[in-house]
Design a binder for this molecule. Structure first.
Ligand code: CP
Length: 335
């Protein structure tokens, strides 16, 4: 595999062979069989437009343990606020454009990580991933996606590594991506990325969600194309309990409805009818010795019960650990 100097923006930009090689390397790193320090003497900038616990710490530690140094920027808090739109009159509250920011940072660092959640005003605009893709366009060094409006590829890679660890083989395993109730509309990057990577690897995926929370048509097209290419299967269910019965993986996640972008109150009103969409012990008992997965952070007893999250079949903490290993694997490979 040679992916040197490539951006890491979506797993969809990489072949199964490349992604498998990354997970193989992550497994070696986890087993402490890899001791190289490919980032010695080099730095990585981590640009955060939004908060993080796992991504920030695991990226900082990954770079440090590969021999490098990070500089973390919280945009608008100690650094200038950044404009990302093209051809705009910058007479508002934004101080600097990402065109300059990306090019300047490129003179200092070997790679740039960017986290930029959707504004959730306009679904089609958010799905352009303008901030992360803008950084990739103007940067002279590789850009890695720390969660954009559309994708969270490090999370997806860690999730796939976790599934492989728990189940052994990946092909045709029954996995359910289940929407869950949450009091607020959340971004769609994690469900998009989980559905895409499981489709890329030929898993038998069921997406369970109320009709208001269907993933976008363009996204579903990409997921269906990936699944067709890998010999997998994608199904849709409106009954998450039925969908989970007999499954090996239950991946719970809440997300906002694409038709409610710009109108969060309408989303909040719509989701009240689905307050019972929660993974509990009865759901897990109906699975085929299934594993509970969640990217975290998670609201206890809203998305998932204490009993499931703290139970022996919960993989949530393993997923979080695997973020560290896959990020090291990607950084070591692209740099
Ligand atoms: N899963 C994840 O990306 O966690 P953080 O938002 O805490 O980084």
């Amino acid at each position: 595999m040679n992916i040197k100097q490539r951006d890491f923006l979506s797993t969809g930009d990489f072949t199964n062979e490349e992604l498998t090689a990354l997970i193989d390397l992550a497994a070696k790193i986890k087993a402490r069989e890899y001791t190289e320090r490919p980032l010695a003497g080099r730095s990585v900038a981590l640009v955060f437009f939004n908060p993080s616990l796992r991504t920030r710490t695991s990226m900082e530690i990954a770079v440090y343990e590969l021999g490098g140094n990070t500089t973390s920027l919280d945009i608008g808090k100690g650094t200038w606020s950044l404009e990302y739109r093209e051809n705009v009159l910058m007479d508002g509250d934004k101080t600097e454009h990402i065109k300059e920011a990306a090019r300047v940072l490129s003179r200092y660092v070997a790679a740039i990580g960017v986290r930029a959640f959707p504004e959730m005003h306009n679904y089609a605009e958010d799905m352009q991933d303008a901030v992360v893709r803008g950084f990739a366009r103007y940067s002279d060094v590789p850009v890695v996606n720390l969660e954009s409006s559309r994708f969270h590829p490090f999370q997806a890679l860690a999730d796939l590594m976790t599934i492989r660890e728990k189940l052994g083989a990946l092909n045709h395993q029954r996995v359910v991506l289940s929407w869950a109730y949450h009091p607020k509309p959340l971004p769609m990057a994690v469900p998009n990325s989980f559905a895409l990577i499981t489709a890329q690897f030929g898993l038998d995926l069921t997406i369970a969600c109320p009709p208001e929370y269907d993933l976008g048509n363009e996204m579903m097209q990409e997921i269906n194309n990936a699944s067709a290419a890998s010999g997998g299967r994608v199904a849709l269910s409106r009954d998450y309990r039925k969908a989970c019965s007999g499954a090996k993986i239950i991946y719970a996640k809440s997300w906002g409805g694409k038709d409610f972008y710009g109108n969060p109150q309408a989303d909040i009103a719509a989701r009240q009818a689905y307050q019972d969409w929660r993974i509990d012990e009865a759901v897990m008992r109906s699975t085929d010795h299934g594993w509970f997965m969640h990217c975290l952070p998670v609201r206890r007893n809203v998305v998932v019960t204490d009993g499931v999250l703290d139970g022996e079949q919960s993989a949530a903490i393993d997923e979080a650990e695997n973020r560290l290993h896959v990020q090291k694997a990607v950084l070591a490979s692209i740099l």
